[in-house]
Design a protein around this ligand. Structure first.
Ligand code: SF4
Ligand code: SF4
Length: 434
């Protein structure tokens, strides 16, 4: 037997974690020396000093592995299996790049456009060619997709019928600023099988309204909160809080406001780090927090959420594929039928990989240089990542960062927050007994 190269032993806290299995063990002080010796040097003598049941648990949790197991080969195999699996197909569709908001950090290249009937017909045709799939997932995105709900209804009706006829599973969700998401709209979206909506609130009212105003400068918080309260009975609502230097101190106030609205059992909250990876928002850079600064904030907020009665499950899990943008079964379709691989590149003409009119999504007939870079991306060759002990729970983070690095952007590594908070996260999970 040998020790996994992805073991983390926090002796003072009595916690043993394996990043491949995400197994967590609490270690009694009396057992710590023999476990430590066996993991540092799993020779016969050290292994024989372990109690039988402890040795079995160490094997079960992936802390001790057979000599012929190569964990990195295993991680690569899982990555390729997921990335090239052909049963699922995922589309992100943007009815428009227009938006009724003017957020201070918005990276999108706003365009006053709207997906026309020709593009919609072409999307329907492409979906009808996906005869081998078992599951179709659609994410509605923008701009603000609910500026043109009729486009969402038209395409959804087609997708739902097609999937029913062909016995294909269908799931849909939406990312919206929440301004038009009243109860009636939530019911209409539920009718077309949209199960969840992600809505952004960037702080308590006074802070949110400065960061996410209407185009004419008007406030949006009150209306969004009312909409969330109404529609959370109909759809699953995920509230996203985009964090940077301008609003992180206001998080506790936002939680209080959401609690006063009795939303703690109805919504799930997550934090997003505002970044400037897109050229469109490069001048916002000095307001952005580094991941090292963001990690403790995220942890404190998750702990506050749990204390306040919100759902706040927060534990590392094995990452099988860094992001589905690197899969040939996943595309982003812009309003004019232009195709991208990644949401953050939407509207950037340099990042277009082709057109819905010329590329067959079912059987890629043309691989442009932009598409090739996504389909050939390999996190296991990134120099800093391939020897990193966090690799199984990070897998190099966001691929776009690495692809931009190779285009000579100096934007650092996209390490997931575990790199800076793992020990404290594990401690808090034990405290909260999750
Ligand atoms: S590549 Fe990065 S930015 Fe793009 S969709 Fe994936 S995780 Fe998001
Ligand atoms: S991005 Fe950072 S934490 Fe993730 S694998 Fe690479 S070096 Fe490790």
């Amino acid at each position: 037997m040998k020790a996994s190269r992805y073991n983390f032993f926090f002796k003072e806290e009595g916690l043993l974690f394996n990043a491949v299995t995400c197994g967590l063990a609490q270690v009694l002080p009396t057992h710590a020396p023999s476990i430590e010796a066996a993991l540092n040097d799993p020779n016969d003598q050290n292994l024989s000093r372990l109690d039988t049941d402890i040795k079995e648990k160490l094997i079960e949790g992936g802390f001790l592995i057979e000599d012929d197991v190569d964990e990195d080969t295993y991680l690569k195999a899982i990555f390729n299996l997921r990335r090239f699996a052909t049963k699922n197909f995922e589309l992100t569709i943007l009815p428009t790049l227009n938006c009724n908001f003017n957020c201070i950090y918005c990276y999108e290249h706003k365009r006053n456009d709207r997906m026309d009937e020709n593009v919609r017909n072409k999307i329907k045709e492409q979906v009808a060619s996906l005869t081998e799939i078992k599951n179709l997932g659609v994410l509605w995105y923008g701009g603000e997709p609910l500026l043109f709900p009729e486009i969402i209804f038209d395409l959804s009706d087609y997708f739902i019928k097609y999937c029913q006829d062909k016995n294909i599973g269908y799931q849909a969700s939406i990312v919206t600023n929440g301004y038009f998401l009243n109860k009636e709209m939530a019911r209409d979206l539920k009718e077309i099988k949209i199960k969840s909506a992600q809505v952004t609130l960037d702080g308590p009212e006074v802070v949110h309204n400065v960061r996410r105003p209407l185009k004419n400068g008007g406030g949006t918080f009150e209306r969004i909160l009312a909409n969330i309260s109404e529609s959370a009975d109909v759809l699953k609502i995920y509230i996203r809080v985009n964090i940077d230097r301008g609003n992180y101190t206001y998080l506790p106030q936002l939680l209080k406001q959401l609690k006063s609205a009795h939303l703690e059992k109805k919504v799930q909250i997550s934090l997003g780090l505002v970044t400037t990876i897109s050229e469109a928002c490069r001048d916002y850079e000095e307001n952005c927090l580094r991941i090292k600064e963001f990690s403790p904030l995220e942890l404190n907020t998750m702990n506050d959420l749990i204390k306040e009665g919100f759902a706040g499950f927060y534990f590392p899990k094995p990452i099988e594929v860094s992001c589905m943008a690197v899969s040939p079964q996943n595309f982003v379709i812009g309003p004019t039928g232009e195709l991208y691989k990644c949401l953050e590149t939407v509207g950037d003409e340099k990042e277009i990989i082709g057109s819905i009119n010329s590329i067959s999504l079912n059987n890629l007939n043309f691989i442009s240089p932009n598409l090739a870079k996504w389909l050939s991306y390999d996190p296991f060759t990134v120099p800093e990542c391939k020897h990193c002990e966090f690799l199984p729970i990070c897998l190099g983070g966001c691929p776009l960062y690495h692809l931009k690095q190779s285009e000579n952007y100096n934007i650092g590594l996209p390490c997931r927050t575990w790199r800076f908070s793992l020990k404290d996260v594990l401690k808090s999970q034990v405290v909260f007994n999750v």
